[in-house]
Structure formats: structure tokens, C-alpha cells
Design a protein. Structure first.
Length: 388
């Protein structure tokens, strides 16, 4: 910051020069992101709520009521009539809150002090942060050759120290849905907390199921599920930062509440103190505006693009890692490695990433990627193939 103020125009020009270096979703070249351009209407609403602070909700009772509405609405989407939870910054914060609730609940009601969490190897890295923050012990369950979770491993590793089991509805790398109904059964029978990370799949699985897609159950309709993470800022088309944590019981929020003496509300369960009401307002607005119908249409479009890409890749001789369940395609070239293929694609302007488990090129078919972009991508992949 300079001592002398600078004129607005000059500041804006300066910022624009920085912004020019960013990739833009509209160009259709960002192929590895789980985020996308938020819907214009949700951005408009977001801007109207920039001053509201849900961290001090006694001052913002109206915005707090909006948050409650979103929680209720997302609860209904995920088969829970009376959910408890918060709009948070994203899936990472939601996952950390869930494990904190599981840890504190087990400490309070089961006297477990050195807890263990059983989670799939495919779990998002936010669980590593949670486990590190709370000094928990992680027990990683492997997958078989088809990347299905090893259920027996989970059964065999439950102990009197297990504070939580984690299942994923839409893995970050492959978009696969773990067998949540089996996990739910195990969790219920053993009275263990089950957290479902549907940060990615939450805004597509329910809609695809409505349209006849054969996808497994994953939500609160399974009685062993204790909490669910869902991210409005992915396929929900809300602006960043918009994540959500939903709990089945109020006790889970209570065990993570701390006193917040100087605020209008005397207890706070979220990790973040001052927090944006804009995320809640924009999420409610876009959900009401698109409706189930709008999300269904979009979810099916994304799957159509996924199938188009999948079939084109196979036609060009590329090898799929798995049959996609959601809008993620993972593949390799039969001869060259994923890193090599990734750098060839980057040279052609495609922003792709290599997943680490399994090692493969991973394309997330988000809403900004149109069929015309995929056709251009296929032309480039064909050319790469011909020059190997
Ligand atoms: C995106 C994602 C997260 C992390 O969410 P952020 O919003 O980036 O914090 C966690 N889990 C899964 C499965 C995800 O896809």
C-alpha cells in the first residue's frame, strides 16, 4: 500500500492486468477443476449480502433464517426432514467439522480419548488436515482392482477406539460412489459415527437418480449415516465459498459448540468465526431459481458430455481407468505415461491434471465444458496419438 491514495481507474487497470493471467472457465480449457463459473443470478444475490455476518447471527436474524432454509432444503434433497448444520466455506471445512463432531461425541459419550478413523484410500486430502488437527489415527481401507472399497477390511478394523467411518459419494479422483448402504449397516450395528463425503456427488446423484440413472443409495435414508458434506460451489452453481455440513442429530452440533461471549449468540459450532451470509443467500437463491428440474437437466447434460468423451477416447485408442459413475473421466495412453500425456496436453493449452491414485489423466466434466470444447480436445488427442 502506498502512502498516497491511488485513483480508482488506475487500481482497476492494475487489478485487471493481474486477472488477465488467470484461466477463465468460459474458454473451456479448465478440465481438472471441480468448481465452475457460478450462475449469474447467484452472483447477483451474493453481492447483496456481502455485509451480513452469520458469525454474529443475532444481528443478522434474517440471514440466519436464510441459512436455516438452505439447511432444510438440502436436508430434504438428502432425505432428512429435520437436519442440523451450517453453510461453510467448502467441503474441506465441512469434513473437518464432521470429524470434530465424531471425535467429541465419542469422547463425551463413549470415553474414547485416542480415536481412530477408518476411511478409504481415495478420501479427499481434507481428511488428512482433520486427522492432523485432532491427532487422530487414520486407518486407510484399500480398494480392489476395480477401485471398489474393501468392506471386509473395514469390518476387520473396527475396534473400541473407532470414532468414525468415512464413505465417499463421488470420489475426487474417479467420481465413484462407495457402497454407503453397506457402510451404514456396519456403522449402525456397531454404533459408530458414519460421515458421507458427498462434496462432489451431492448435487448430482439425487438428480440423476430421479432421471432413472442406476446409482446406489448414499444419503440419510440409510439409518447409519450421521452426517453428509455437500458443496453448493461445485455442481450447485453457487459462488465460492459455499459448502455445507448436515448432521442427523442436534447433539453433533452441540458437542462441537464453544462459548462465544462477546457475540449476540452465546455458542458457536462452526470453525470459522465471522462468516459470510452471502454464501447462504446465493445458495438458496440458485436452488429456488433452478429448482429440481433445472438441476436434473444440468446433471443429465454433464453425463451426456461424460459419455461423449468416454466413447471418443475409446475410439482413439485411449484406455479408461474405470467406467465413470458420475461426471469424471480418468484415462491413460497405452504407450506413454500420464505425466508425459499431461504435458503434451498442456502445451496445447488444456489445463488437465494427473491423479495420484490411480495415476491417470483426470477430466472433470463441469458445466463450463461444452461439447464443442470436447470435440477440440479429441482432435488434439488424436494428433498426439498419431505423433507417438
Ligand atoms: C471438492 C471436494 C472436497 C473439498 O471441498 P472444498 O470445497 O475444495 O474444500 C472434499 N471432498 C470431496 C469428495 C470433494 O470432491
Amino acid at each position: 500500500m502506498e502512502y498516497n491514495p491511488i485513483a480508482k481507474e488506475e487500481i482497476l487497470k492494475n487489478l485487471e492486468n493481474f486477472q488477465k493471467k488467470d484461466y477463465k472457465y468460459e474458454d473451456g480449457r479448465i478440465l481438472g477443476s471441480m468448481c465452475t463459473s457460478a450462475h449469474p443470478f447467484s452472483k447477483e444475490v451474493f453481492n447483496n449480502f456481502l455485509d451480513s455476518n452469520l458469525g454474529d447471527s443475532g444481528l443478522f436474524k434474517g440471514t440466519k433464517a436464510i441459512e436455516d432454509e438452505v439447511i432444510k432444503s438440502l436436508g430434504l434433497l438428502l432425505s432428512c426432514k429435520n437436519p442440523h448444520g451450517n453453510i461453510v466455506t467448502g467441503g474441506s471445512e465441512a469434513n473437518i467439522m464432521a470429524l470434530r463432531a465424531a471425535r467429541n461425541y465419542a469422547r463425551k459419550y463413549k470415553n474414547i480419548t485416542d480415536g481412530e478413523v477408518i476411511l478409504p484410500k481415495s478420501a479427499h486430502f481434507s481428511f488428512k488436515k482433520a486427522i492432523d488437527l485432532m491427532d487422530l489415527k487414520a486407518i486407510e481401507a484399500d480398494t480392489d482392482d476395480n477401485f471398489n472399497l474393501d468392506i471386509d477390511f473395514i469390518k476387520n478394523n473396527i475396534s473400541d477406539k473407532t470414532i468414525a467411518i468415512v464413505g465417499i459419494a463421488g470420489t475426487t479422483e474417479l467420481g465413484l460412489i462407495d457402497p454407503i448402504s453397506e457402510l451404514s449397516k456396519i456403522a449402525f450395528e456397531n454404533d459408530i459415527y458414519l460421515h458421507v463425503d458427498a462434496a462432489f456427488g451431492g448435487f448430482s446423484i439425487p438428480f440423476l437418480k430421479n432421471c432413472g440413472y442406476d446409482l446406489p443409495e448414499f444419503d440419510f435414508s440409510l439409518k447409519g449415516v450421521s452426517s453428509i458434506t455437500i458443496d453448493p460451489h461445485k455442481m450447485g452453481l453457487a459462488p465460492i465459498p459455499s459448502g455445507c455440513i448436515l448432521f442427523r442429530k442436534k447433539e453433533y452440533l452441540d458437542v462441537i459448540a464453544v462459548d462465544s461471549p462477546y457475540l449476540t449468540t452465546k455458542k458457536q459450532s462452526t470453525l470459522v468465526g465471522t462468516r459470510l451470509g452471502a454464501s447462504a443467500a446465493a445458495t438458496l437463491a440458485i436452488m429456488d431459481y433452478l429448482g429440481g428440474e433445472g438441476y436434473e437437466k444440468r446433471a443429465v447434460e454433464l453425463m451426456d458430455n461424460t459419455n461423449f468423451l468416454k466413447e471418443s477416447l475409446v475410439n482413439e485408442g485411449y484406455i479408461l481407468t474405470v467406467e465413470p459413475q458420475l461426471n469424471i473421466v480418468s484415462f491413460n495412453h497405452p504407450k506413454i505415461g500420464a505425466d508425459d500425456l499431461c504435458s503434451k496436453l498442456k502445451k496445447k493449452g488444456w489445463m488437465v491434471s494427473v491423479s495420484s491414485y490411480p495415476i491417470a489423466i483426470r477430466i472433470v466434466l463441469m458445466n463450463h465444458i461444452k461439447k464443442s470444447h470436447l470435440e477440440e480436445l479429441i482432435v488434439d488427442l488424436k494428433e498426439i496419438n498419431e505423433n507417438i
